[in-house]
Design a protein around this ligand. Sequence first.
Ligand code: FMN
Length: 184
Amino acid sequence: MELDKTIKKRKSVRNFKNKKPDWRDIIECVDAARYAPMAGGRYTLKFIIIDDEKAIEKLAEAAQQEFIKEVCYIIIVCSNPGRTIRDFGKRGEIYVRQQAGATIQNVLLKIEEKGLSTCWVGHFVDEQVKRILGIPDNVQIEALLPVGYEFRKTKSKKEIDIDNILYFYKYQNKKMKKIPKMDV
Ligand SMILES: Cc1cc2nc3c(=O)[nH]c(=O)nc-3n(C[C@H](O)[C@H](O)[C@H](O)COP(=O)(O)O)c2cc1C
């Protein structure tokens, strides 16, 4: 699938078929994470793949989201921020979260390309997820990605109008033609 199509087709899915994806496809989706940009080239991400029914049920409870129970796989995305914060200080804390986002998007797009579906789950009780998966205190959980096959196909959402998000030369300047003198 072309990149443009994959980007536009991706959407959050919260209803899944009772059909287990091939584990090799799940690994391939995580593999896409290796290519995300990292501040100072310091790779901070870690992934846990879960296919145990009981663990999935517990994670759904930790996230307080029933639909998660429908899947056969969850990818848990974590950051180990130690080296980045050591190198970049306070700014490093921001970088760790930003590069987690870039990485998650890589994985989401690969999931879409593979014909699978997911939803970025950011709401969960950290302590509960850590306890279930044995994640140490110094590691932060970025997202849970329940992966499966979409059950009832839903339409892609409406797009955000480009006029609402794009400025030229200065914040809030929507006109492209007249180039204001840069006051820098
Ligand atoms: C940081 C973040 C956290 C999110 N957390 C949740 C969540 O806990 N549960 C959920 O159902 N969707 C969650 N979402 C998915 C958004 O609700 C979804 O992306 C948004 O409604 C836009 O829909 P789309 O993904 O289909 O474009 C999260 C998305 C992001 C980026």
